[in-house]
Design a binder for this molecule. Structure first.
Ligand code: F6P
Length: 504
């Protein structure tokens, strides 16, 4: 992790750069557009509009190296116990390739391959039957990845199955979905690492009743015993493992619904794209490593520049769910205040991540990005070759993407303060050659590794989520109160429960 001396040095650089505009930085460093850009496979990333100069960047790279970032990345891939509070490795990279060295990583990759073979066999058997619709039941990491990828890869759907997602415990979600489907032609997948998540068990129960039993239900879980106790035959239970965090699990059988939507070949391409990024991140030095750069700039923006939020702005309709997916990946991973040894982190950690698809969001919150009091660092994402023939639209989309990043950075002076654009708002711009399973895999793997980089620099654990437990526990305690069988001890909750009961 970075030391107090590192934080002080970075703060000094930020102070030095405070009065320097982004256009001035570009003028002073004419090679900047190329020097602050990297290509990895299908992704070109430009960091030239981050508010940093070569001197501060060198300091940041040196600090990362002194903090042992390179070794920490190897430890991740090789299966070290990087999830220290739970004593586990985090081997999501083993789900998509064999970049990890050592017995633990190799054994994980073998298990993942065996699970994929079983998933392929279940896929083939389902494809031979009458089922046309799949309902994937899950929440958080058991929902957001497959949901994003099914939506993003809509051009790759092979048409054999329609895939639906059932997530919220609000019964209207189940009601509205199931009324559109035919139980005789529907199969369900209950995705839950723990198989103890309230939403998934409630919705799974509704689905089981609606289907008239468990004959067309599948499960994906690390707790196979619970899945079987629910009534799902062992042959239809696909594994998860302790060494994969829910929000890092798209690449496992958690992605079964995605595979059913896009087919086995396309699912394999997704894994290959992610594996390409894994190899790059493991092998490239910090100075040439895309995930390291992305994570370093996130820390620079959060701590040296004090940005409390981070926007994600995909200029592609198909990536509209990316901000929701990244909210869990980033905020559940990095929403921590103590380091691995329990001591407080001396600096701010996770920013609030938010965003939406361009150009829609230009007409909602971009005003605040351009003229709000707090600069918001942004990740712009564009796709160079579209999958449609509406060339005019695509050219306009690209022009808007480039224009917004430029306007935020350079601003434009005006005598009228209301029309003045201060500029200086940092952004990264990533271009995918095309949106394919492989490029999506590479992009998501890059974000996963960027999150880990940030965690290493802050000294926190990116792979636990104790913060979500307390609310779940209290909800369990309050359940009897909702039906009048107990009195909440908290006076405010007591008054609220009384109001709910009086109005039902
Ligand atoms: O409540 C948060 C969480 O534990 C996430 O980390 C996880 O992805 C989600 O719930 C679902 O958990 P499970 O896969 O065990 O149902």
């Amino acid at each position: 992790m970075l030391t107090p001396e590192h934080w002080l040095a970075l703060g000094r650089h930020a102070g030095r750069l405070e009065q320097v505009s982004l256009p001035e930085l570009l003028a002073r460093e004419p090679a900047r557009a190329d020097a602050f850009a990297l290509r990895v496979g299908p992704i070109y990333a430009s960091f030239a509009r981050q508010r940093i100069d070569a001197e501060a960047w060198d300091e940041l790279l040196a600090a990362a190296n002194e903090a042992g970032l390179g070794q920490a990345l190897h430890a991740l891939f090789d299966g070290a116990l990087v999830n220290r509070t739970e004593g586990r490795p985090a081997l999501h990279s083993a789900l998509r390739g064999d970049v990890g060295q050592g017995d633990v990583a190799r054994a994980a990759a073998r298990e993942a391959r065996a699970a994929r073979d079983r998933m392929d066999a279940l896929h083939a058997a389902l494809a031979d039957g009458p089922v046309t619709d799949i309902v994937s039941v899950g929440i958080g990491g058991s929902d957001l990845g497959p949901r994003l990828a099914v939506d993003a890869l809509r051009d790759f759907h092979d048409g054999r199955f329609r895939v639906h997602f059932l997530t919220n415990m609000d019964g209207s979600a189940a009601q509205h979905l199931l009324q559109r489907l035919d139980p005789a032609r529907t199969a369900g997948i209950l995705v839950s690492k723990s198989f103890g998540t309230q939403e998934t068990l409630l919705n799974g129960g509704i689905l089981r009743d609606w289907l008239g039993g468990c004959d067309r239900l599948f499960a994906v879980s690390a707790n196979t015993g619970r899945a079987e106790a629910f009534g799902i035959a062992p042959a239809r239970v696909l594994p998860m493992w302790d060494w994969v965090g829910g929000r890092y699990s798209l690449w496992s059988a958690v992605g079964f619904a995605l595979q059913l939507a896009i087919g086995r070949e396309a699912f394999a391409r997704l894994l290959e794209g992610a594996a390409l990024m894994d190899r790059h991140v493991r092998e490239a030095s910090v100075a040439h490593n895309l995930a390291a750069w992305h994570g370093l700039f996130a820390v620079w923006n959060r701590n040296a520049l004090g940005a409390a939020t981070q926007a994600v702005l995909p200029y592609d309709e198909r990536l509209a769910l990316l901000p929701s997916y990244l909210q869990q990946l980033v905020m559940e991973s990095l929403g921590k205040s103590v380091r691995a040894d329990g001591s407080p982190v001396p600096v701010s950690t996770v920013p609030v991540l938010w965003g939406g698809a361009g150009t829609n969001v230009q007409h909602s919150f971009f005003q605040a990005l351009h003229q709000g009091t707090d600069p918001v660092p942004a990740d712009f994402i564009g796709v160079i070759r579209p999958a449609h023939g509406h060339e005019q639209n695509h050219r306009a989309l690209m022009a808007n993407l480039l224009a917004q990043a430029e306007a935020l950075a350079n601003g434009a002076g005006h005598d009228d303060p209301h029309r003045h654009h201060a500029g200086g708002r940092p952004s990264t711009l990533m271009l995918l050659d095309e949106l394919t399973p492989a490029s999506l895999g590479a992009l998501l793997a890059m974000y996963e590794h960027s999150v880990y980089v940030q965690a290493v620099l802050w000294g926190i654990n990116a792979f636990d989520q104790w913060g979500v437990e307390l609310g779940k526990k209290i909800a369990g305690e309050l359940l009897p109160a909702i039906s009048g069988q107990s009195q909440p001890s908290d006076p405010v909750t007591r008054a609220l429960v009384a109001e709910i009961r009086a109005r039902r």
